[in-house]
Design a protein around this ligand. Structure first.
Ligand code: ADP
Length: 191
């Protein structure tokens, strides 16, 4: 089984590329953001906690997201060839816990596909997406800024973690969707 992480700041295009990757390679797409939004829709206990946090542009607690991901990864699916993790891990603790879950399954991360984009590009894309998807956390400029600030402070240090494991594979996220996808496929096909 292959386990890829798609990595990058909010608005870099992780979701778009994940859908293309999942389709081409028969991977299961796990988006923690999408899973949390489903919980919010259902008004579940997790959803109620997550809603307030997400709408401020802050992170949901590690315990909640790790458990969500663990459940999906441990629910063996024979029909797929791998997983693409989107929006997870986002903290060093999540990365360490993910390694532990995979180790318990006798598996490991294949590579971290990192979309490299400029903050101004990300902000423009999120503002564009706000009109299409209607996400509350995309609607307010201060919330967008907060998410990007949190990315730099809390998530970006994961680059060092994955570089030290020789798993970090950067590609430019500022090309067209097709060009970006082509660059990602080159990495996956070379492994
Ligand atoms: P984006 O990457 O564009 O911000 P996501 O859909 O991945 O969008 O995430 C939306 C929000 O959901 C995040 O801003 C955060 O509040 C919450 N979230 C998603 N994944 C995680 C995670 N791994 N850890 C903590 N919070 C998360």
């Amino acid at each position: 089984m292959k386990y890829y992480i798609i990595f990058g700041p909010p608005g870099a295009g992780k979701g778009t590329q994940s859908v293309l990757i999942a389709k081409k390679y028969n991977f299961k797409h796990i988006s923690t953001g999408a899973l949390l939004r489903q919980e919010i829709e259902k008004r579940s206990e997790i959803g109620i906690i997550a809603k307030a946090v997400i709408e401020k542009g802050e992170f949901v607690s590690d315990d909640i997201v790790i458990e969500m991901v663990r459940k999906v990864l441990c629910n063996n699916e024979d029909s797929i060839k791998g997983y693409i993790l989107d929006g997870f891990p986002r903290t060093l603790n999540q990365a360490v816990e993910l390694d532990k879950v995979l180790e318990s399954l006798g598996e490991k991360i294949s590579s971290v596909l990192a979309l490299v984009t400029d903050d101004e590009v990300n902000i423009r894309r999120i503002q564009h997406r706000a009109n299409i998807e209607g996400r509350k956390d995309d609607a307010d400029f201060d919330t967008i800024r907060n998410r990007i600030r949190t990315y730099h402070k809390v998530t970006e240090p994961l680059i060092t973690y994955y570089k030290s494991q020789k798993k970090y594979k950067p590609v430019s996220g500022e090309l067209s969707v097709e060009e970006n996808f082509r660059d990602i496929c080159k990495i996956i096909d070379s492994e």
